[in-house]
Design a protein around this ligand. Structure first.
Ligand SMILES: CC(C)(COP(=O)(O)OP(=O)(O)OC[C@H]1O[C@@H](n2cnc3c(N)ncnc32)[C@H](O)[C@@H]1O)[C@@H](O)C(=O)NCCC(=O)NCCS
Ligand SMILES: Nc1ncnc2c1ncn2[C@@H]1O[C@H](COP(=O)(O)OP(=O)(O)OP(=O)(O)O)[C@@H](O)[C@H]1O
Length: 246
């Protein structure tokens, strides 16, 4: 059974890509969703979070907004949280892999935001990284309720830089070109990649990926507007702006 790792920085399009892959018939394990489930009422992590982060649990469930405020700006607190959560996520992932092996699935997807940071790439046959330009990432994330430029900066500081993820990737999927192109690229490279070794997957990548990895395509994205003069500077497209493929 081929294990396809799917990762990318905050707001770069992991969940969207994972949904596309699920619709294509691949079983997907979503690490974020696992965390969210174990934080719900009766969830496996609630008691441990209550003990370690007083005030983060209310009505029998973890309040993720409150917990997020406690940890994203505090490296030591985040480490304590990860020490509680990551082993539980890993156990759930192993259950998933066992179930899929029993069902004789040929390929599965592990959607893990911190795949590289936690050494998870070693467990995968192929690693797919989704990416989009920084300003577009900021537009997407800052459109979420409760998000602020400060929170985004804190989370970015806790994640491996995009350029390093792209360097380590076997397959890179730019998501700034829209859903159609992302889906086409996923189909083309992954459905083949799921039956391939890592080096074969690298060799079969369409040229745009190589260009992207060499830094020759500065921003693979369509000129999407939306960030007006009063929007935070980081959400504005850098000028001059070149659409993909140059
Ligand atoms: C702090 C928590 C409660 C905030 O929950 P909330 O629903 O507000 O945010 P969400 O989970 O959707 O994450 C928002 C963004 O932060 C990123 N993020 C989450 N945890 C981490 C982390 N430990 N390090 C870096 N980035 C992180 C996510 O990948 C996502 O891009 C939650 O993210 C959490 O429990 N994180 C620790 C567990 C963890 O490491 N999860 C990552 C997948 S295993
Ligand atoms: N290929 C794409 N084309 C256009 N928009 C996209 C694409 N992929 C993602 N988006 C948009 O970007 C936003 C973030 O996407 P998504 O939630 O999939 O990111 P994520 O990486 O899972 O985020 P997080 O790390 O916070 O969980 C969403 O509004 C989504 O609709």
């Amino acid at each position: 059974m081929k294990i396809i790792g799917l990762t990318g920085s905050i707001g770069t399009g992991k969940s969207t890509a994972a949904r596309m892959l699920a619709r294509l018939g691949l079983p997907v394990h979503d690490a974020d969703a696992t965390v969210h489930a174990m934080f719900g009422r009766g969830g496996k992590a609630v008691a441990a979070i209550d003990a370690a982060f007083p005030g983060a649990v209310g009505d029998g469930a973890v309040d993720r907004a409150v917990l997020g405020r406690m940890v994203f700006g505090d490296a030591a607190a985040l480490k304590r949280l990860e020490a509680i959560v990551h082993p539980l996520v890993r156990a759930a992932e192993q259950d998933f892999l066992r179930r899929q092996r029993r069902r004789r699935s040929r390929a599965v997807v592990l959607d893990i935001p911190l795949l590289f940071e936690t050494g998870g790439a070693r467990r995968c046959d192929v690693v797919v990284v989704v990416t989009c330009p920084r300003f577009l990432q900021a537009q997407r994330v800052l459109a979420r309720p409760g998000m602020s430029p400060e929170r985004l900066a804190q989370i970015r500081a806790r994640q491996m830089p995009d350029a390093e993820k792209i360097r380590r990737a076997d397959i890179v999927i730019p998501t700034g070109l829209g859903r159609g192109p992302a889906l086409r690229l996923l189909k083309r490279s992954l459905l083949r990649g799921s039956a391939q070794t890592r080096s074969e997957a690298r060799a079969s990548e369409p040229p745009v990926f190589y260009e992207y990895m060499r830094g020759r395509v500065r921003e693979a994205c369509l000129p999407i507007g939306g960030a007006g003069a009063n929007a935070p500077a980081e959400t504005r497209a850098p000028a001059p702006f070149f659409p993909a493929t140059k």
